[in-house]
Ligand binder design. Structure first.
Ligand code: PSU
Ligand code: MN
Length: 308
């Protein structure tokens, strides 16, 4: 059967998000690749539910984004969220293939890049996640640079993360962001954070100390006619962090395994995250959940400060 040509994008809002749009309540977008490819079940579902609850407590509405059977969902109902956390066949969608999943009626989880595209389409300006994709170590050979960086340069959404994971080449990731004109703003610290660790050893290009200042900065960029997004880096809470030196040992081992097993392309990030989960006896997952929760809180405060 071929689908009849339709002028409308197959996009659907959850009841809660539809009401928030109608009533002008601030909305925070959430990605779904972190659920399907970033964490094992049931930790993934626990994280997804707790992050949504934190956003509601902060006076905003969560919109977890995913393509389910060809429908681009902006906000998932509770049963849909649970089903997605249990799915083992979801595609990992970025700019290159989000429309493929819709056109071919597939189910897929959105990465940072695809979530930004969907959020912008739905008029949502703030998005919370854990870590962004970036320039992989050895990118001079592999050319493995996440499409997340290019998306930040072109799509006007504020992305709140815990910095770049040290599985990446963090200095090169910051260089690419600078070249592409993406502001990198660390919240309440002068050092750019490294996901599981508060420290990367690198100064943050910019720092701001309040959600209102971050909102005002993005509004000023828009007034100046600058289209792209902004990366807000929020250091992991101290009581949940794994120190950099300790993490580096596990990361080297995970990278060696990835090379020995010849893991490439889209599979690289999920493979490394899973290996680190096992090497740290699940501690990396607890840290990951704590930092996403922390980011959800800040993203909600920024959305409230933006007033939409
Ligand atoms: N970092 C995490 N967990 C994740 C990801 C990154 O700690 O789940 C996901 C995000 O969805 C991010 C994507 O956008 O991996 C980047 O993948 P790639 O490097 O293939 O672009
Ligand atoms: Mn990649």
């Amino acid at each position: 059967m071929t689908n009849a040509a339709s002028p409308l994008l197959d996009m659907s809002y959850s009841d809660e998000v539809a009401a928030a749009k109608r009533d002008g309540v601030p909305i925070v977008a959430l990605e779904s690749t972190i659920i399907t490819h970033g964490m094992p079940y049931p930790g993934n579902l626990e994280m997804a539910r707790s992050v949504e609850a934190i956003i509601r407590e902060a006076g905003a509405v969560p919109a977890t984004i995913a393509v389910v059977d060809g429908v681009l969902n902006i906000g998932l109902e509770a049963e849909q969220l649970e089903a997605l956390a249990l799915t083992t066949h979801a595609m990992k969608l970025s700019r290159a293939d989000i429309a493929f999943a819709i056109a071919e009626r597939r189910t897929g989880a959105t990465t940072v890049a695809a979530t930004m595209i969907a959020a912008a389409r739905a008029g949502i300006k703030v998005f919370a996640t854990g870590g962004i994709g970036g320039v992989h170590r050895g990118a001079e050979e592999s050319f493995d640079i996440s499409a997340d960086l290019e998306e930040l340069a072109r799509t006007g959404v504020i992305v709140v993360c815990a910095g770049a994971k040290a599985i990446l080449d963090v200095p090169k990731t910051l260089e690419v962001l600078e070249t592409r004109g993406v502001p990198v703003v660390t919240y309440d610290a002068v050092e750019f954070p490294a996901f599981w660790s508060r420290s990367s050893g690198l100064p943050s290009p910019l720092s701001l100390n309040s959600p209102a200042a971050i909102a005002n900065f993005q509004t000023t960029r828009e007034l100046l006619g600058l289209n792209g997004g902004m990366l807000v880096a929020n250091p992991v809470p101290e009581d949940a962090e794994i120190p950099r030196q300790e993490m580096e040992i596990y990361i080297r081992r995970a990278l060696d395994n990835a090379e020995a097993e010849e893991i490439t392309g889209k599979a690289v990030t999920p493979y490394l995250l899973d290996t680190l989960f096992r090497l740290t006896d699940g501690r990396s997952l607890q840290t990951n959940i704590a930092l996403v929760e922390n980011n959800a809180r800040l993203a909600a405060a920024i959305a409230v400060a933006l007033g939409d």
